[in-house]
Design a protein around this ligand. Structure first.
Ligand code: S3P
Length: 431
């Protein structure tokens, strides 16, 4: 499916974005391992999270819809999963595959995990290595680096793992495996990555301690089913924030968005660029901070340098940020972001290709890219490479460009932002 985007004059009004993808995955997984019922509201019914639901159904968990975006998970307890009869398919979702591997490593049965062509190219050694150290047997192509992966789990021992990458998926896989090991399992990362697993584990009753960049979990906890209301996804909000920051006359309020400090780098980056971003009514819901985000166009965006510890705080928002950079005064440099190469697409090349197709001036760097701003964007036909965040970034660039844009293969937007086109319709102000 192609999506045609016409330039917008401004974005105005109040709107909600779909539920957070990272939190939705975790709610299903911890709900499955808990005793009793977990009710998940504002669950993201995108393809990635649906893949997690399907995998856990195949592991014997009863999961039913109790509304369009409300799920009821009948937990089986820590020892209640059962050997799946078929291969588990994580689709396009790295989070499904890596976090499930952590859980499967702890199961006394055999399972096989696979995914789509993109996921089967993404590195899994980063989770397989620590899980094998804990005692799981995991086989796959390239010495266990590439899916399909066959897991024979059980009998895990706790470890301390020094992760070479700041990755919440790696940290979470080890912590989830640690639930099945007697004793304390801990992970140290080079700098903090998103901490939704830690927060949710606590919410379900596990003992989790954090000291600096080290997190530890006590094994074999009793997890109890909970009610979880998933905050709006800041990664989806980011696309609308960028458009509102750039379109003169915009004044947009995004309701109940997650503003967890390990995820809110985009707020800091847009603020540093000169956008008018305000947090209204900040509060905590179910262990996660949320707020309304108000974005106004100040008419002046300036390029910035982003790198170091900021990168994990906005890694998924870099495609959106790149569009803001193309319109800003001066240059924007993204560094220390080599992780972009192993996302749903190689996002260093696909972001560059996307910006170049709109006429922006971009240079590739070994660990990022440099955008020279203030080039007028021209509507074009833009490839998504099957990557939801590239498709969404192209749609935002289309709102800001002259002339019409066609986002090719735009159906992948449903991975994280189902209903994007109708949300856009609600807030587009044409006069
Ligand atoms: C995620 C962690 C990040 C992020 C991904 C979701 C998660 O990946 O890019 O979209 O839910 O834990 P890494 O852990 O590979 O950095």
């Amino acid at each position: 499916m192609n999506l045609v985007i016409k330039p917008a004059r401004s974005l105005r009004g109040t709107v909600s974005v779909p539920g957070d993808k990272s939190i939705s995955h975790r709610a299903v997984m911890l709900g499955a391992l808990a005793e009793g019922t977990t009710l998940i509201e504002n669950f993201l019914p995108g393809e990635d999270c649906l893949a997690t639901v399907n995998c856990f159904r195949k592991l014997g968990v009863e999961i039913s819809w109790s509304g369009q975006d409300s799920l009821r998970v009948q937990g089986c307890g820590l020892e209640g999963l059962r050997e799946p009869e078929d291969v588990l398919d994580a689709g396009n979702s790295g989070t499904t595959m890596r976090l499930s591997l952590g859980i499967l490593a702890g199961q006394p049965f055999f399972s096989v995990l696979t995914g789509d062509a993109s996921l089967r190219r993404r590195p899994m050694a980063r989770v397989v290595t620590p899980l094998v150290r804990m005692g799981a047997r995991i086989e796959g192509r390239q010495g266990g680096n590439l899916a399909p992966l066959a897991v024979r789990g059980g009998n895990l021992k706790p470890i301390h793992y020094n992760s070479p990458v700041a990755s919440a998926q790696v940290k979470s896989a080890v912590l989830l495996a640690g639930l099945f090991a007697g004793g304390v399992t801990s992970v140290t990362e080079p700098c903090p990555s998103r901490d939704h697993t830690e927060r949710m584990l606590r919410h379900f009753g596990a003992k989790v301690d954090v000291s600096g960049t080290t997190v530890q979990v006590v094994g074999r906890p009793r997890l109890l089913g909970r009610k979880i209301t998933v905050p709006g996804d800041i990664s989806s909000a980011a696309f609308l924030m960028v458009a509102a920051a750039a379109l003169p006359g915009s004044d947009l309020i995004l309701q109940r968005v997650g503003i967890n400090p390990t995820r809110s780098g985009i707020i800091d980056a847009l603020t540093a660029m000169g956008a008018g971003v305000e947090l209204l009514n900040p509060r905590e819901e179910g262990g996660e901070p949320v707020a309304e985000i108000r974005v106004r166009c100040t008419g002046k965006l300036t390029g910035i340098a982003v790198g170091g510890e900021m990168i994990p705080r906005l890694i998924d928002e870099i495609p959106a940020l790149a569009v803001a950079a193309a319109l800003a005064d001066g240059k924007t440099e993204i560094r220390d972001a080599a992780e972009l190469k192993v996302k749903e697409s190689n996002r260093i090349s696909t972001v560059i290709e996307m910006l170049v197709s709109f006429g922006a001036a971009v240079e590739e760097l070994p660990d990022g890219f440099l955008v020279r701003g203030r080039q007028p964007l021209k509507g074009c036909a833009c490839r998504s490479h099957g990557d939801h965040r590239i498709a969404l970034a192209a749609a935002v660039a289309g709102l800001l460009a002259e002339g019409e844009t066609t986002v090719l293969d735009a159906e992948c937007m449903d991975v994280s932002f189902p209903g994007f086109a109708s949300v856009l319709k609600e807030i587009r102000a044409e006069d």
